[in-house]
Design a protein around this ligand. Structure first.
Ligand code: ZN
Ligand code: ZN
Length: 181
C-alpha cells in the first residue's frame, strides 16, 4: 500500500541545507530591488567613488522599510560609518532613518525571511509543524503507556488488599468463634 502524502512528509528527515535558499540572484530579484530605480540585486549599481570603502554595499534597507541603491542614499560615496549614522530615505523622504546592508552574504539573518518566497516559508513552517507534532505524539504515546502501567499496578494492589481484608475478616470471625466455644 502506498503511504499517504501526509505520512511521507511526517517521516521525512529534517530539510537539507539547500544552496538555492541562500540569498542570491535566483531568489532575490523578485523581492530585492531598489524602490527608486527598480535595479535588481543581480545587477547592482557600481560604487560612486573608487575609494576603497569598507562600508560600501550596493543595496540598503531603511528603517522605514524601503530598499535603495547606495547611489541614491550616498551620491558622494558611502561614509565609513554609514550603517551607524542616520539618513534621509531617498524614496519616502523620512528623516533620521537607520540603514542596514542588503545583498548576497550581507543581509542579516533576522531579515532573510523577508526576501524568500512565501511558498518556501510555508513549506518550512509546515516542516517545523510536522516535526513538533511528531515529537508531541511520541511523548503522548509514552505517557499513555506509563498511565496504563500505573492503572494495571493499582488494580493488582487493589486485588491484594481485598484478599488481605477478606483474610482479616475471616480471622476476626474465627477469633469470635474461639471465645464463644
Ligand atoms: Zn536605485
Ligand atoms: Zn522610506
Amino acid at each position: 500500500m502506498q503511504p499517504s502524502p501526509a505520512r511521507q512528509v511526517a517521516s521525512a528527515a529534517l530539510p537539507a541545507q539547500d544552496p538555492s535558499r541562500q540569498p542570491g540572484p535566483n531568489n532575490n530579484d523578485l523581492f530585492l530591488y531598489c524602490c527608486v530605480c527598480f535595479q535588481p540585486l543581480s545587477s547592482p549599481p557600481a560604487p560612486a567613488s573608487n575609494d576603497e570603502d569598507d562600508d560600501w554595499s550596493p543595496f540598503w534597507l531603511t528603517s522605514c522599510g524601503h530598499i535603495t541603491c547606495a547611489t541614491h542614499i550616498f551620491p558622494e560615496g558611502a561614509p565609513s560609518n554609514a550603517a551607524r549614522s542616520k539618513h534621509t530615505c531617498p524614496y519616502c523622504q523620512s528623516i533620521e532613518v537607520s540603514i542596514t546592508r542588503l545583498g548576497v552574504g550581507e543581509t542579516p539573518a533576522y531579515l532573510q525571511d523577508y526576501f524568500r518566497p512565501t511558498n518556501e516559508l510555508l513549506n518550512d513552517f509546515y516542516g517545523a509543524m510536522t516535526f513538533q507534532y511528531n515529537n508531541l505524539q511520541r511523548a503522548a504515546t509514552y505517557f499513555r503507556k506509563v498511565a496504563q502501567d500505573y492503572r494495571e499496578r493499582t488494580e493488582k494492589h487493589r486485588v491484594v488488599l481485598k484478599g488481605v481484608r477478606d483474610e482479616l475478616a475471616m480471622a476476626g470471625s474465627l477469633k469470635k468463634y474461639h471465645f464463644l466455644s
